[in-house]
Design a protein around this ligand. Structure first.
Ligand code: SIN
Length: 536
């Protein structure tokens, strides 16, 4: 039996400790007690790795309309315009709030009262606030400091949410009246599982990059929030739109080091093995085309040349500028003997961002009462078929605020309701897993299959083939799930197996190419039938 501890109660249960979870926690603490569960150390988040920055209209040369247009154009017809307008218009206010919370963005050298604004693909103006190339780290550490000072917030590290508690019949099919009552949470220290009862539960557990063999994401990105929400009966959408970042460092010893798009924003050029700059062949915007196009162009260059990588060259810029603007990228590459001030950087595309997720409304509410989702876990309607670079940190802070406004409204009545009772976790006849290879083998197989069959360029044939293979693995994983006592690895394996199956289902459903979903069988967009979300 997995050991059990008594029920815990908290007004707000937040699953995930990135920018979304922490921003919401600081606001929700004004209403009640907040517990953040995070499955490793609190800093192990995708936010912490974000290099580029946070997009918002912050200069006189930019406008809300331009940022809205760029977001809609990147999103390939699938963005929700109301959400885009909201996020763009609320952006500057939320950035000011981050600054008040202690985030120190890089200032303009010639005019230190203004921020230095970067540029990235698909943006028609400079609008990316950044902290050199360590923006995520700066935001994460500042928010963690504020959270640590707040007595209403507790953070539980090494705690992994297993499943949501739904209605009075946890674990059973969901009816429209069901509501979320909290979650079962596993403590990694002793693998004990306890019910955490909450009035409001928030999924901010990040993305799904670990579903793929190569990813820029941290190890935590196993799609836990989306998989849990789906199992609980919530609607999930647009999971076929997996964004591949065009430029991940290609080096045998490096797992997931991103070379920020800001490098291209500052003049970096993609070149092939022969040293030819190739992007203009694919799009008139060249190296600053949107990510879907750049990743596809690289894929096509690699297929034509048979090479392992392409190169990103910024060495024509002054060395001092490069070292000052990209200190982290410069230092990291140098530690692998690549001097980016003198030579091109070998790069390949890697899975980077899930544009779909738990379907929410404009307040961050999922289709289950008292369950919210935002950040990469959610599909709010902002990104559509392809996320505009650096719009995600912005989405996180705007939706944390929207969700807070929504909670504030319901709190007078919700706060008076007692916590519901739920049955304890039952392990049935499950036994301890002795052969960990059963888990590691399936992990590896899933990630390789997804990389080889559900990558940047897809086909119906490959999708159907991989669906069969994944279903067999999923069946085996679900059997392990019932036969063995739960461990973090088994929980994550179940989540990536479910997510892979959902991504393939969405990809097979959409019989057209749009944004990040490109299939050889339907190479053009079909606006008559497919100008809509893929909802499961
Ligand atoms: C980057 O720095 O290229 C990543 C930014 C993002 O994914 O928005």
């Amino acid at each position: 039996m997995n050991p059990q501890h008594p029920k815990k109660t908290t007004d707000f249960l937040i699953i995930g400790s990135g920018i979304s979870g922490l921003s919401f926690a600081l606001k929700a603490a004004e209403l009640g007690s907040v517990t953040i569960v995070t499955k490793k150390a609190k800093i192990d988040t995708a936010t912490n790795l974000a290099q580029g920055g946070i997009a918002a209209v912050l200069s006189g040369e930019d406008s809300f309309d331009l940022h809205i247009q760029d977001t809609l154009q990147a999103g390939a017809g699938l963005c929700n315009e109301e959400v885009v307008r909201l996020v763009v218009e609320k952006g500057p206010e939320r950035i000011r709030e981050l600054i008040e919370l202690g985030v120190s963005f890089t200032s303009d050298e010639t005019n230190p009262s203004e921020l230095d604004l970067g540029r990235e693909g698909g943006h028609s103006a400079r609008r990316i606030a950044h902290a050199k190339d360590l923006t995520g780290k700066e935001i994460e550490s500042s928010l963690l400091k504020r959270v640590a000072e707040n007595p209403a917030i507790s953070i539980l590290e090494d705690h992994l949410a297993v499943d949501l508690l739904i209605g009075s019949k946890a674990g059973l099919a969901v009816s429209p009246h069901d509501r979320c009552l909290g979650a079962f949470v596993l403590d990694r220290n002793d693998n004990s599982i306890s019910p955490y009862l909450a009035k409001i539960t928030v999924l901010c557990s990040g993305g799904t990059g670990k579903v793929y063999l190569y990813t820029t994401n941290p190890d935590i990105a196993t799609g836990d929030g989306i998989a849990m929400a789906y199992r609980a009966g919530a609607k999930v959408a647009n999971l076929e739109f997996v964004q591949f970042h065009p430029t991940c460092l290609y080096h045998p010893q490096v797992k997931n080091f991103l070379i920020s798009e800001a490098v291209r924003g500052e003049g970096g050029r993609l070149i092939n093995e022969k040293g030819e700059a190739f992007m203009k062949k694919y799009d008139p915007r060249g190296d600053l085309a949107t990510r879907d196009l750049v990743a596809r162009a690289i894929d096509s260059e690699l297929k034509a040349s048979g090479g392992d990588c392409v190169f990103l060259d910024i060495s024509h810029k002054p060395a001092d500028f490069i070292k000052n603007r990209f200190p982290n990228i410069y230092r990291t590459c140098l530690s692998y003997s690549i001097d980016i001030t003198r030579e091109p950087i070998p790069v390949v595309p890697a899975a980077h961002y899930m544009c779909g997720g738990v379907l929410t409304d404009i307040m961050g509410r999922s289709s289950i009462d008292n369950l919210y989702a935002f950040g990469e876990t959610a599909c709010t309607g902002l990104h559509g078929g392809n996320r505009l670079a650096s719009n995600s940190l912005l989405e996180a802070v705007v939706f944390a605020h929207q969700a807070f406004l929504s909670c504030q409204e319901v709190w007078p009545s919700l706060s008076k309701k007692p916590f519901s009772d739920v049955p304890p976790w039952s392990s049935g006849k499950a036994e301890r897993i002795e052969e960990c290879v059963l888990i590691s083998h399936n992990w590896d197989q899933i990630r390789r299959l997804m990389w080889n069959y559900v990558g940047i360029v897809r086909s119906q044939k490959r999708l159907l083939l991989v669906q069969k293979k994944l279903r067999l693995i999923l069946q085996e994983v679900l059997e392990h799930y019932h036969d063995f006592l739960l461990t973090p690895d088994l929980i994550e394996l179940r989540n990536i197996a479910i997510l892979s199956d959902l991504i393939v289902r969405c990809a097979l459903t959409r019989k057209e190419s749009r944004g990040l979903h490109y299939t050889l069988d339907f190479p053009a967009p079909d606006n008559t039938h497919w100008l809509k979300n893929t909802v499961l």
